[in-house]
Ligand binder design. Structure first.
Ligand code: GAR
Length: 216
């Protein structure tokens, strides 16, 4: 069974969705450890509750980003993962770190990439008058939020939406999207090949595969 390490910084609702699907057997994988850079991240309690190893590596204890990333990479390697899943892990990563896990590290980002890399994605979508927000799962490369997209979900924006309501709606879809992509990876259907996401042997479109929220 594939071994997964999940990195978090906060609430860990995406982590919860993955834990649930591993527990129910929908996802044929084992989350062998959850690592947070914040000692107070609620996601750590979610891991413990599920009987999963919960580790903290506080970035505040390190002199610089490179030192932290090296220790984090060593800690991840100790868990012998097949896949590293970033689930609300709010750190900019050094190139050395990213390259150590290239092709076996994915991230979920709350926008329809390539629109709105970085922070405040929902407010930016609202300010631009976009008809929809959404989320993207992508391979992590040295380009911030810019690695090859794997899959997206779109969430229509209503006139009454603000950043909070939109974030909530998108997050609900993230919980469905992320396990699907993790399943693709652990079942051997998904690879990173020369900076291109490949699914069932076919290169995916630039923005990844658009999944229909109704069927997720
Ligand atoms: C999610 O919306 C995720 O897409 C976002 O943080 C939230 C974490 O929620 N990630 C990023 O913004 C990464 N750049 P969660 O802790 O409840 O899963």
């Amino acid at each position: 069974m594939s071994r997964i390490v999940v990195l978090i910084s906060g609430g860990g609702s995406n982590l919860q969705s993955l834990l649930d699907q591993c527990q129910s057997g929908t996802l044929n994988a084992e989350i062998v450890a959850v690592i947070s850079n914040r000692p107070d991240a609620f996601g750590l309690s979610r891991a413990r509750q599920a009987g999963v190893k919960a580790l903290t590596l506080d970035h505040k204890g390190f002199a610089n980003r490179a030192d932290f990333d090296r220790s984090l990479a060593d800690l991840i390697d100790d868990q012998r993962p097949d896949l590293v899943v970033l689930a609300g892990f709010m750190r900019i990563l050094t190139d050395d770190f990213v390259n150590r896990f290239l092709g076996r590290m994915i991230n979920i980002h709350p926008s329809l990439l390539p629109r709105y890399p970085g922070l405040n994605t929902h407010q930016r979508a609202l300010d631009a008058g976009d008809p929809a927000g959404g989320a993207t799962v992508h391979f992590v490369t040295t380009q911030l939020d810019g690695g090859p997209a794997i899959a997206q979900v779109e969430v229509p924006i209503d006139a009454a939406d603000d950043a909070v309501s939109l974030a909530k709606k998108v997050l609900t879809q993230e919980h469905k999207l992320y396990p699907v992509v993790v399943d693709w990876f652990v079942s051997g259907r998904l690879q990173l090949d020369r900076n291109q996401a490949v699914f069932d042997g076919t290169p995916l479109p630039k923005s990844g595969r658009l999944l229909d929220t109704a069927t997720l």
